[in-house]
Design a protein around this ligand. Structure first.
Ligand code: GLN
Length: 247
């Protein structure tokens, strides 16, 4: 084996909407196909997180009630999580978890859930839910690449000044349905509203996360190319679904 990645999967039983767990499968498979060892650590309520061994932390989407539970449970670990994010640990958070990375999320019922304050954003409620297939143009690469997924959120997220969005909305709603931004990137922290599962049909994002997780522990490994024909077919099928959505 060359290389090893420890992936902490936070609250797999509480945060798993629209196939978010598939992101874990994509990360594991694409690492193992390159001979990289992957160790998965599921973390439930009350469990600790060993930040000295965590390379990549994944959190899926969740309903308001689960978000509340998770926010409460993570409160005492928020300072450590913040420190790790500053040191470039990889965090990948989808929808409800993405909202929790910010300063707060106010639910449609007006309940304010305090966030982890890892990235400079906040989430307010709005009229109606933002639902549908979506596509964004993502500038983690030059030239930009497309990411496709499915969104379903009541919250509207607004990015603080200088915070880079994950991408520009091509089809769908994105962070708030108005400013055309989607998701956020800060150091190696990536938050997005895109479920799907997202990673299996956007393999370049999976590889980006793996590469950053390896680099975080100074593992200088170049990921070899894989045959992505199936993944690209899935990507194109999802893109077709997203086309025709409101711009
Ligand atoms: N409960 C949050 C919202 O409705 C997040 C939902 C989700 O994770 N899909 O905005």
């Amino acid at each position: 084996m060359t290389g090893k990645i420890n992936i902490y999967h936070l609250y797999p039983n509480h945060l798993n909407l629209y196939g978010d767990r598939g992101n874990m499968l994509a990360l594991c498979r694409r690492a193992r196909w390159r001979g990289i060892e992957v160790n998965i650590v599921p973390v439930g309520p009350g469990d600790g997180i060993n930040f000295t061994s965590c390379d990549l932390l994944f959190m899926g989407g969740g309903q308001d009630s689960d978000q509340k539970l998770v926010a409460e449970d993570l409160k005492e670990r928020s300072a450590e999580m913040r420190r790790a994010a500053e040191e470039n640990m990889v965090i990948f958070a989808v929808c409800g978890s993405y909202q929790l990375l910010g300063s707060y999320y106010t639910t449609a019922r007006g309940e304010k859930i305090g966030g982890l304050e890892i990235i400079n954003l906040y989430t307010d409620p709005g009229h109606g839910r933002l639902i549908g297939n979506a596509a964004i143009s993502c500038s983690l690469w030059d030239p930009s690449r497309t990411l496709v997924g499915f969104e379903n959120h009541g919250g509207r997220t607004y990015l603080g000044e200088n915070l880079q969005p994950l991408g520009k909305v091509l089809y769908g709603y994105g962070n708030n349905g108005t400013d055309k931004t989607e998701g956020a990137v800060y150091n190696n922290v990536i938050g997005t509203y895109l479920h799907g599962s997202l990673l299996p049909k956007n393999p370049w994002l999976t590889d980006h996360l793996l590469q950053k997780a390896l680099a975080y522990r100074h593992q200088d490994i170049t990921l070899r190319e894989l045959d992505d024909s199936l993944e690209i077919e899935a990507h194109q099928a999802a893109l077709k679904l997203a086309e025709g959505r409101p711009r």
